[in-house]
Ligand binder design. Structure first.
Ligand SMILES: NC(=O)c1ccc[n+]([C@@H]2O[C@H](COP(=O)([O-])OP(=O)(O)OC[C@H]3O[C@@H](n4cnc5c(N)ncnc54)[C@H](OP(=O)(O)O)[C@@H]3O)[C@@H](O)[C@H]2O)c1
Length: 244
């Protein structure tokens, strides 16, 4: 409702300022507002041109448009792979299968997302931060999916001073661990059934638009089966990155 009010006052401000012409890239698909603002501007005698660089505007807003039209967040699966098809080193760490340039790209990608998801194993093996590492002041909500909750007591994700962390688990799993994480400032939510779609639904209900999946192969396989992705990012070992 707040954003609808903001739109309304924006149109009011344009009319009050005596603006002669407004150029609209793409019409907002939200049925609560779609085309309404344009009519209001036209009624006030303002010339309105619609559809300039429409495709580029849609791409810029693809997550918001997807959320609005399909009532679910826009999912992106990102994975890094060596040229011989490995997603981690022999010691089980994935941060070093790419390059500094690729990691910078990932930090930029995170800065455009509302949440980033990993599975319990990636917390145990990589102890990641999942932040944008100063690429941007915006950090996505950090999300962990873990059924067993056999997670370390100390982890970078449990430091929630600057960026919040949300752990999804299943009802009845490791209640002591749930309490311990909550006491550390981590939000813990136990779902009846911990599935990728249930998690996406919850993130949608929280108002999120763009969700980045940065999990390992186990959770990625479970997620692919439920098709929560619209885009795939395959990072290559060099600074090149392919967006499919
Ligand atoms: N190259 C890359 O892009 C990349 C990215 C991330 C990770 N990795 C590497 O991947 C390795 C970890 O592999 P992984 O595949 O085991 O990690 P993962 O997919 O991140 O985690 C798997 C865990 O996800 C949890 N989970 C929760 N709900 C699930 C569901 N519905 N289906 C399946 N899993 C669910 C379980 O945690 P609980 O056991 O806690 O219940 C499961 O053990 C690490 O070596 C890491 O370095 C690579």
């Amino acid at each position: 409702m707040q954003s609808l009010r903001a739109y309304s006052s924006l149109y009011g401000a344009l009319i009050a300022a005596g603006v002669a012409k407004v150029v609209v890239g793409a019409i907002d698909p939200d049925p609560r507002v779609s085309g309404g603002g344009i009519e209001r501007l036209k009624s006030a005698g303002i010339e309105v041109v619609v559809g300039v660089e429409e495709e580029a505007c849609r791409q810029l807003n693809e997550a918001f448009i997807h959320r609005t039209l399909y009532k679910k967040p826009f999912g992106i699966l990102k994975y890094a792979m060596t040229l011989d098809g490995k997603i981690a080193t022999t010691t089980g760490h994935s941060a070093w299968v790419t390059s500094k340039e690729s990691r910078h790209l990932v930090h930029q990608l995170r800065s455009t997302c509302d949440a980033v998801i990993i599975g319990g194993n990636t917390v145990r093996r990589d102890n990641p931060y999942l932040t944008t590492h100063q690429v941007s002041s915006h950090n996505p909500l950090r999300v962990v999916m873990s059924r067993r909750l056999d997670l370390p007591t100390q982890a970078n994700l449990w430091d929630t001073q600057e960026v919040p962390t949300l752990v999804f688990t299943e009802v009845g799993s490791a209640c002591d661990k749930q309490k311990q994480l909550s006491a550390q400032g981590v939000e813990v939510l136990a779902l009846k059934s911990l599935t990728p779609l249930a998690v996406m639904q919850n993130l949608y209900d929280r108002g999120l638009s763009c969700v980045l999946w940065e999990c390992g192969g186990t959770l990625a396989a479970a997620a692919i089966a439920q098709k929560p992705f619209k885009k795939l990012w395959h990072l290559l070992p060099q600074k090149l990155s392919a967006v499919v």
